[in-house]
Design a protein around this ligand. Structure first.
Ligand SMILES: N[C@@H](CCC(=O)N[C@@H](CS)C(=O)NCC(=O)O)C(=O)O
Length: 253
């Protein structure tokens, strides 16, 4: 097996970094993590830009991010024996192929194609959820009221989860814990952060994911990941607490 290094942004906020981390953990890969600290971070821009190559980054900022492990200016990047793979879907695909016995994708070709379809929908869509309900796993904003547009996207997420649970018979979205769950886990954390109630059968699914081994392992790492003030300020601007779900073991810097 090649040497694996995952370059990420803080695993407390970076939803894309969390997805790749979970998939590596789920297959039992040995990997190291390099957390980049960026000089320039803007919450709104960051969310809106997700999914696009950051052509608008100044050359010096891009060069600085490349020195920190990025390719396009975005994270995560999986370094495989010093060769980079960027874009989360490509990373999840590589992990699935490198660890075929882990069953990250459904076995049936049609179901696998459908699974990839909704993962790509997640990767390229849901701008309201990504912008308004920004990923902040330990924050809590009680009684948050999402905008009507965001509600529509939340409804689509519920539909996707229901269809997949019905199609695969659970307990996870694709049957066993896999890439679908990695892809949608940061949405679960957003629903927790912004107090979005789930219908009972989806609440059961969310709890199963939260109690799964990869997610429990990630949580321990995330607790020690660096805080990003610009995100904490957003939560405070909504009268929320950025560390409400962190517990007693607060991170140190
Ligand atoms: N399409 C990319 C999106 C990656 C992405 O947006 N990453 C965010 C962190 S969650 C990032 O690096 N943001 C840096 C910035 O906006 O300055 C992927 O799927 O990996």
């Amino acid at each position: 097996m090649p040497r694996l290094q995952l370059s990420v942004l803080s695993l407390r906020y970076s939803s894309w970094s969390i997805r790749a981390w979970l998939a590596l953990e789920a297959v039992g890969a040995e990997f190291s993590v390099e957390t980049a600290r960026l000089e320039k971070m803007d919450r709104q821009q960051r969310e809106v830009r997700s999914g696009k190559v950051t052509a608008d980054l100044h050359a010096d900022e891009l060069a600085s991010r490349r020195r920190k492990g990025s390719v396009t200016g975005l994270f995560p990047v999986l370094w495989i024996d010093d060769r980079p793979v960027h874009e989360s879907m490509a990373i999840l695909e590589w992990i699935a192929e490198a660890f075929p016995d882990a069953g990250l994708w459904p076995e049936d070709p049609l179901k696998r194609a459908q699974a990839r379809g909704v993962c790509l929908e997640m990767a390229t869509g849901f701008p309201r959820i990504r912008g308004e309900l920004s990923c902040h796993v330990f924050a809590r904003v009680p009684d948050y009221e999402p905008s009507p547009e965001t509600r529509v996207e939340i409804g689509r997420i519920f539909e996707i989860w229901r269809d997949l649970l019905e199609c695969h018979g659970g307990p996870f979205l694709g049957g066993a814990f896999g890439n679908l769950d990695c892809m949608f886990f940061p949405v679960i954390t957003r629903f927790r952060t912004y107090d979005i109630g789930l219908p009972p059968e989806l609440e059961e699914y969310a709890l199963r994911v939260e109690l799964s081994d990869p997610v429990r392992a990630w949580r321990e790492v995330a607790r020690r990941a660096p805080a990003l003030p610009v995100y904490d300020e957003y939560i405070r601007s909504l009268d929320g607490d950025p560390e409400a779900a962190l517990g007693h073991d607060r991170q140190e810097g």
